[in-house]
Design a protein. Sequence first.
Length: 70
Amino acid sequence: MISNATILFTLVKNVDWVTFDSDIREYTIKRENLQEWYGKELSKVQNEDELRKLIQEYLEDENKVNQLLK
């Protein structure tokens, strides 16, 4: 969910939130919350490699992931 939301927010400038519906619960991720979580404005990402590195770095930290999805 986080990867997909990050990619969507990076590529589509007028998307402010996205909702994912799983069997367990529904998650809504807002652009502003995700950018705050990364500490980076997603529109500033220059290329796909930079985006993938950013996503991978943050997804490796389970505590950070739980913090975002609480």
